[in-house]
Design a protein around this ligand. Structure first.
Ligand SMILES: Cc1cc2nc3c(=O)[nH]c(=O)nc-3n(C[C@H](O)[C@H](O)[C@H](O)COP(=O)(O)O)c2cc1C
Length: 396
């Protein structure tokens, strides 16, 4: 059976759902053309601005479960993007090219967007504010003291965004900040009202700090040594935000945050995403990470006899609606899971069980139904195909 991996993102057909998020693999046209060899359907440029600022160096630090950076926008003038980088990005590939751009005020953003459209960008993406913007601007302009962005009121950003959507005919994507931790629904509504064709959720969280214990110096080079946090550490939070956006507005979502393997991408589709964005995995593991995720998505669908991503998109939203409809909001009755048939004798479940309810008998895990508290951790860490928590929900 052939699998159709293509998706419709705001009227633009993507040959598959993998997008290279704005980052250093979209730093310039030649790098974008290079990344195209790994199969993604689209690439989003680094943020194009009227007055680029240099990066604060050192700008990258790997942390346990994630990545910190102090890069803000492109270091190249906008003019260079229109004349050189966008044409170079298209060389030898059929990727959809999305120009990510930001203005300091609505007219500037609209002006840049008009230039991007004239230069042939297929779509535009407008970000909000990075959590490390304060760090970078204070580094660039000594004496400047900015407040840490609060992300409370979408109105000023929405005004800028609406100026862009009014100016261009190509679809405009709203790129959300990871700072919209508790009000992402408000931002989703504001973006939809301002004409967003899609929402890309999210940019980095933070800022965060990482210290070199040899000398006590922060690894990053700015005045406080802090940077935006991306990668696996942010995934559970961003996944929840994507789910909330999907529940709030009916526009396509790009789920971006911590996608390292194809399994992460599948979770985003189930939470309601139409496509997925990736940056950190490629930065820390090499560009091949993008292809592995793409291949894994196809293999997952084929293995389970799905024909397209539509078969799984939003599945979790439906599951949660069913939970609510069936009064399964809070399960208190213990139902011990049965994992014995799947057991390969690795002992991990027995080692992590804090209720001492699992014993290895003849190299197989056996769950003591009296001691079992029903916490679910054994099944969760098991990871064997077929290990599921379903019995809890069926019998609650
Ligand atoms: C090195 C680096 C540079 C980035 N530059 C930009 C940028 O210029 N504009 C933007 O909107 N997002 C930028 N991002 C954010 C990513 O597009 C993405 O939203 C974020 O990294 C979360 O995805 P990930 O966990 O797959 O990295 C950057 C991220 C990284 C790691």
């Amino acid at each position: 059976m052939s699998i159709d991996l293509s998706v419709n993102l705001a009227g633009i057909r993507l040959k598959n759902p993998v997008i290279i998020a704005a980052g250093n693999h979209t730093h310039d046209g030649a790098t974008i053309a290079q990344v195209a060899r790994y199969g993604p359907a689209a690439a989003i440029t680094k943020t194009i601005v009227a007055q680029p600022v240099p990066d604060i160096l050192p700008c990258f630090a790997q942390v346990n479960g994630g990545f910190l950076n102090t890069v803000l926008s492109t270091i190249f003038p906008a003019e260079q993007w229109w004349k050189q980088e966008l044409p170079a990005a298209r060389q030898g590939n059929d990727m959809v090219i999305i120009a990510n751009l930001a203005g300091r005020w609505p007219e500037e953003a609209a002006d840049l967007a008009a230039q991007a459209e004239a230069a042939g960008a297929d779509m535009i993406e407008v970000p909000t504010v990075c959590p490390h913007m304060k760090e970078i601007l204070e580094a660039m302009f000594p004496g400047l003291e900015l407040p840490q962005p609060g992300f409370t009121d979408p109105a000023p950003w929405a005004e800028m965004f609406a100026a862009v959507t009014r100016t261009v005919k190509i679809p405009v994507i709203a790129k959300f900040s990871g700072g919209f931790l508790h009000n992402v629904r408000d931002w989703a509504r504001a973006a939809a009202d301002a004409g967003a064709a899609a929402i890309d959720c999210c940019d980095s969280l933070g800022p965060g700090l990482s210290i070199n214990i040899e000398d006590g110096e922060p690894w990053l080079g700015g005045p406080r040594g802090v940077g935006g946090l991306t990668g696996p550490a942010i995934k559970p939070i961003v996944l929840r935000m994507v789910m909330e956006v999907a529940e709030t507005v009916d526009i396509p979502i790009i789920g971006t945050g911590g996608i390292t393997t194809w399994k992460d991408a599948i979770e985003y589709f189930m939470a309601g995403a139409t496509a997925v964005g990736m940056a950190t995995a490629g930065h820390l593991r090499g560009m091949d990470a993008y292809k592995k995720v793409l291949d894994g998505i196809g293999a997952y669908l084929a293995d389970r006899n799905y024909t397209s991503l539509e078969d799984i998109r939003g599945l979790t939203l439906k599951r949660l609606a069913a939970r609510r409809a069936n009064g399964r909001m809070a399960i208190t009755k213990v139902v011990a899971p049965t994992i014995t048939d799947l057991c390969n004798g690795c002992t991990l479940c027995a080692r992590v069980c804090v209720f001492d309810a699992i014993e290895m008998v003849n190299k197989r895990a056996v769950i003591d139904e009296v001691k079992c508290y029903g916490c679910g951790l054994c099944v969760n860490v098991c990871g064997r195909p077929g290990a599921m928590l379903q019995p809890y929900f069926d019998q609650a």
